[in-house]
Ligand binder design. Structure first.
Ligand code: MG
Length: 384
């Protein structure tokens, strides 16, 4: 282990993962130093983060907010804006690790830029791997960088695989809480409100991912993410509903042994693990109490009630640009639901329409992925 300070850029610092990352970082002032923070619009929180963490530079969504921040820092911090700003700061010499926690497709280009500049990437932005898994994993190999998942399921699998021969894996078992509508009858899905969809039983997360958890699309995206991270085909990646969210995922090996990673549902655990990997560091806080927990339950996901999950498997089977199109359609449909333009049960319908409409291009380059993303968004808007 090197004792050098790890310099960290956080993309999406004011989001849920960004804030939890800063909570982790501030416990280890000798080990981690935040050099860059980025925020889209939440500049009040960004200003507080600048005061507390004293980064060298920040990036905000647009020039208007950039001028507000420039006045605030009065020359003491570099201020950039937009997509170019994001792609620029991840190339800097005073960045060792990039925490990629932007929401959605916006995370793709800066993540690619970070990999090309040989930065370690701690990835919370699952849409990047969903849309461009083949491209990203190819670049990771080419540039010899480490891509460590922050998503709790993939962090669990990574932990289960330590010391194991990848050839001895039988299958991956992703756990899903089932979201707030696990026991809601299908007939009631059309009247689900935004507030109900945003009330997740176990995890406290951003809006987009919380709606994805309610439709089970989040689990579908995670199946695709797992495929690219761990190199297993879709038929060896299972999903099981586990409402207590204590087992974060499991790996079954060829001898029938199963390893699981457990813990309370707190994103600070996988974030800290990604930053200290393969080492561990102490963390204060509550612990799992088995007597208090008493039981853990498991059952099959209901694919009729949650068609987003089989749609994700279908997109993965189609390959090429299909997952990028599905992801773009999903981002558009979820936004429309949050803006109360469509009902909850129309999300999977719209995704299916968009996926059927998409013409798949195999082994896509970045420009094909961007094209697929734009076309799927435009088509989805016509369905909305
Ligand atoms: Mg997850």
């Amino acid at each position: 282990m090197s004792s050098a300070v790890q310099h960290i850029a956080i993309l999406g610092a004011t989001g849920s993962i960004g804030q939890s990352s800063l909570d982790v970082i501030k416990n280890f002032p000798d080990r981690f130093r935040v050099t860059y923070l980025t925020a889209n619009k939440n500049i009040d929180l960004l200003q507080r983060q600048i005061n507390e963490f004293k980064p060298k530079g920040v990036v905000v969504g647009d020039e208007r907010n950039a001028s507000v921040i420039r006045r605030f820092v009065n020359g003491s911090v570099e201020v950039l804006s937009g997509e170019e700003g994001l792609e620029e700061i991840v190339t800097r010499d005073d960045v060792d690790t990039v925490i990629s926690s932007l929401v959605g497709f916006a995370g793709l280009k800066p993540t690619i830029s970070a990999i090309r500049h040989r930065k370690q990437v701690a990835l919370a932005n699952k849409e990047t791997l969903v849309a461009a898994g083949e491209l990203i994993t190819g670049l990771v190999k080419e540039y010899g960088v480490r891509l460590i998942p922050i998503d709790s399921e993939h962090s669990a699998i990574l932990q289960c695989l330590l010391g194991e021969d990848p050839l001895r894996i039988a299958k991956l078992i992703l756990t899903a809480s089932g979201g707030p509508f696990l026991h809601t009858p299908r007939e009631a899905f059309s009247s689900i409100t935004v507030e109900q969809a945003l009330a997740h039983p176990n995890w406290n997360m951003g809006k987009k991912i919380t709606v994805d958890s309610a439709t089970l699309m989040n689990k579908g995206l995670e199946v695709i993410e797992a495929h690219w991270l761990f190199g297993l085909p879709a038929n060896r990646i299972d999903v099981v509903i586990h409402p207590q969210s204590v087992i974060h995922s499991m790996v079954e090996f060829v001898d029938g042994s199963i390893k699981a990673q457990l813990g309370l549902p707190d994103m600070k655990i996988p974030i800290q693990y990604a930053l200290t990997y393969p080492d561990r560091s102490p963390m204060n806080g509550a612990r799992v109490s088995f007597p208090k927990l008493q039981s853990m339950t498991f059952f099959e996901p209901d694919k009729e009630k949650f068609p987003c999950l089989p749609l994700a498997y279908h997109a993965l089977a189609l390959g090429g640009t299909a997952p990028a199109a599905l992801n773009a359609a999903n981002e558009t449909a979820v936004s429309a639901f949050l803006e109360r333009k469509i009902s909850f049960d129309r999300i999977p319908e719209i995704l299916e329409g968009a996926l059927n409409h998409h013409r798949v291009r195999p082994s896509p380059e970045i420009q094909h992925i961007i094209e697929a993303d734009e076309q799927a968004r435009a088509f989805t808007r016509t369905l909305v």
